[in-house]
Design a protein around this ligand. Structure first.
Ligand code: CS2
Length: 466
């Protein structure tokens, strides 16, 4: 295999990027060649590197749809680095002038933002360490230190392209980078502000965590021995603001990406309609005893509840992106959820609720409140999150809670004697609810929580829509 010169460093080499962004880059390379190989970086654990090493960074992207499994070879990764093993190796890769783009899927929490308003959290332990040391730990820290060195060497900056499910992801990462840079060297911040580019993007593809069963299926069906493979649904979408340093980027439009001046309408649609209902399903579906999205979406009560959320509570808050019909978008989402080949675990989607709820659910509730529209379904989903944090479904089976604020939230739950006290305590957690009209939300949340306590998730979902 001949080596392709790398033009992209990607931070956060999880399954989503390997099944989405990397596939687009691979396809653009297959069509046009060019120097757009990818150097992948894991900022935390060596696990992905250790797995991908066996096949020299090549892996299989397996489409899981009605015709069965369709494998595609992805060999666009040129190297995989692990931040905590060698920060300098990661910085060296980012500083290399061949690198034109640094893209990121570091999840919501990886940006170290203070609260739902999106400012950099200067008290975050990783940001504190990045201010005190030149060797970075956080994603914003790596971006700033690499840009600092590029400036010192008289090089052009790279484009910073966030591919995470955050609204205005480009503007957010730009603000975080500028704030950190300003603290380190104000002239660096000025240079980045003047010369840097931070396109916002909307990314979409459902990518469940790889299971041993899928690895085995690939072995049996295709003779592929690949522990690093990723499975994904057939659908994909990528909408990108065309704002790249010196216009340098692969021709992603040739492989189906859409370039726009402003991605906001697409982001809102996707975050509220897809991710908002995904999170609602994760909490309420899991409480009802379901374990995967397709399983939950076979239940007529849940289908009715999803349609209720889309039609009555989410679509009224949205401006449709050009050439998009939101009702058809909703029905296509339901079909995607019902894909039986994607056993998307609800507990996976439930992860990191404290980081996801503001952009997925709370913004929609706020907009409805301002327009004097009710949000009983979304408030029920929020109450579902609270009950999920208690760690048991309606039948008393354990649920796995994983969240950076888990300790804080669960100790609040333990220490509140009544539901009223708990609702007030939770709504006071500024990292989640800073931008929410909590006085209006409190009585509705209390009601919904009591309904779940009394009736369970399924019956409550039924009552809301009737
Ligand atoms: C999901 C997303 O895990 C989650 O929180 O809602 O990963 C979702 O599958 C993707 O955003 C789909 O594009």
């Amino acid at each position: 295999m001949s080596k392709i010169t790398a033009g992209i460093v990607h931070l956060g080499l999880g399954a989503f990027f390997r099944a989405h962004g990397a596939v687009y880059v691979q396809e653009a390379h297959n069509l046009e060649g060019g120097n757009w190989g990818i150097i992948g970086v894991s900022l935390r654990s060596p696990a992905v590197r250790d797995t991908l090493q066996a096949r020299n960074w090549a892996y299989t992207a397996l489409e899981m749809g009605a015709p069965g499994l369709i494998p595609k070879d992805i060999s666009i990764l040129q190297d995989v680095l692990v931040g905590p093993e060698s920060e300098q190796a990661v910085l060296d890769a980012m500083i290399d002038e061949q690198i034109k783009i640094v893209s990121l899927t570091v999840t919501e929490k990886g940006y170290c933002l203070a609260s739902s308003d999106g400012a950099l959290d200067l008290d975050h332990p990783d940001i504190r360490q990045d201010l005190a040391n030149e060797v970075p730990r956080s994603a914003p820290g790596y971006l700033v230190r690499a840009l600092q060195e590029r400036k010192r060497r008289g090089l052009r900056p790279f484009t910073v392209m966030s591919l995470d499910n955050l609204p205005n992801n480009g503007a957010r990462v730009r603000a975080a980078v500028l704030e950190l840079a300003k603290k380190i060297d104000p002239s660096l911040a000025d240079w980045i502000a003047a010369e840097g580019c931070f396109p916002s993007t909307m990314v979409d593809r459902i990518v469940p965590a790889t299971t041993d069963t899928l690895i085995e299926q690939a072995r049996n069906q295709f003779g592929i021995e690949d522990a690093g493979l990723v499975g994904h649904e057939p659908f994909r979408q990528w909408v990108i603001e065309d704002d790249f340093v010196d216009g340098l980027r692969p021709n992603f439009e040739r492989v189906g990406a859409q370039f726009v001046n402003d991605v906001t309408a697409f982001e809102h649609m996707k975050l509220r309609m897809l991710n908002g209902t995904h999170s609602s399903l994760a909490y309420l579906g899991a409480l009802a005893g379901y374990r995967s999205v397709d399983e939950a979406c076979a239940d007529p009560t849940i289908i009715g509840f999803l349609n209720f959320l889309w039609n009555k509570e989410i679509i009224p808050t949205l401006t449709p992106p050009e050439a998009t019909d939101l009702k058809s978008y909703a029905s296509s989402l339901l079909k995607r959820y019902q894909n039986p080949a994607i056993r998307h675990r609800l507990e996976q989607i439930a992860m990191d609720g404290s980081q996801k709820l503001p952009q997925r659910i709370l913004g929609t509730i706020n907009d409805n409140t301002s327009a004097h529209r009710p949000s009983a379904g979304l408030v029920l989903a929020l109450a579902g999150w609270v009950r999920f944090l208690e760690g048991q479904d309606d039948m008393g089976q354990p649920l796995e809670v994983s969240d950076p604020l888990k300790d804080q939230l669960q100790s609040l739950i333990r220490n509140c004697a009544t539901r009223t006290e708990l609702v007030h305590g939770l709504l006071n957690v500024k990292a989640i609810f800073a931008d929410t009209a909590t006085e209006r939300l409190a009585p509705a949340l209390l009601n919904a929580l009591e309904a779940l306590d009394r009736d369970g998730a399924l019956k409550s979902m039924q009552k809301v829509q009737s």
